[in-house]
Design a protein around this ligand. Sequence first.
Ligand code: CP
Ligand code: NVA
Length: 328
Amino acid sequence: TSPFAPRHLLTIADLTRSEFKTLVNRALELKTAAKSSKLPSDLASSLSGKTIALLFSKLSTRTRVSTEGATALLGGHPMFLGRNDIQLGVNETLYDSSVVISSMVSGIVARVNGHSDVADLAKWSSVPVINALSDKFHPMQTVADFLTIKEAFAAEGVDDLKGKKVSWVGDANNVLYDLSIGAAKLGVDVAVSTPKGYEVPQEMRDLINEAGSEAGLGFSLTETNSPEEALSDADIVVTDTWISMGQEEEKAKRLAAFEGYQVTNELVKRGGAKENWKFMHCLPRHQEEVDDEVFYSPRSLVFQEAENRLWACLAVLEAFVVNKGKIE
Ligand code: CP
Ligand code: NVA
């Protein structure tokens, strides 16, 4: 065993309420500093001579670009290792890969299939492992999403997100689970609408509600099969693909099951969202889950949200790799 037990980020549930808040605030601080070329010089060289391994078994645009970019901003070297580059889970056990890779790098950012794969990598790694999307969680997306929500409300003069409402229309998936855990930690209510048979699993419902109770700010998770019902009083409307990576074979079945769940102005209006509602989507996006009118509208925060992946990753790498999991 290693003398240094690293702290990993596998889900937002790994963070306390105050750590999550600090990470989001820090992402904003770093964004502001970097945009005026004022990143502190000790931070900008904090990973100098160090390597961050990116183990990606699935495709990625945002997560890859933001992680490589954030590593460079810290003076480090990002080493991208795709599915066809290394022996991860093929011809070599995860244990062996984790021990070997972590012996040569300062951090691992891993996008794998089953959540147990990234959890196993973390268990055996001698350096911090950051989940870059598993079938259950997407923590760096959540940090970027709350940075985006914070900015959107700050533009309206609102600092405290407590009591705001996020309404999710679509599939219950990895992005939703961490988003909801993050929301719970900040006292932001969540309403989820999914078709029958695609609801939030009990294990996730428990985790989300537990985060709400621990935070103690007041939190409600409501679930329904009616998008209109979930959209009532929404401040932020969110969706994601109906067919996550790894579910391609279910495409026809899912497209049929999700009929009526496309986010459109008409649907949101019928539901009775707040007048100034905003739209978010982690991307990549397809027409079926949200039409062009909403996606490319001034309400849409999607491109700011995508850019914020860079600033979120910068804050996460600083917290977990540079500061070894100390977040204050
Ligand atoms: N949102 C997100 O994680 O995008 P990528 O799959 O392109 O990394
Ligand atoms: N739910 C999607 C998110 C992609 C960033 C997936 O898992 O494919």
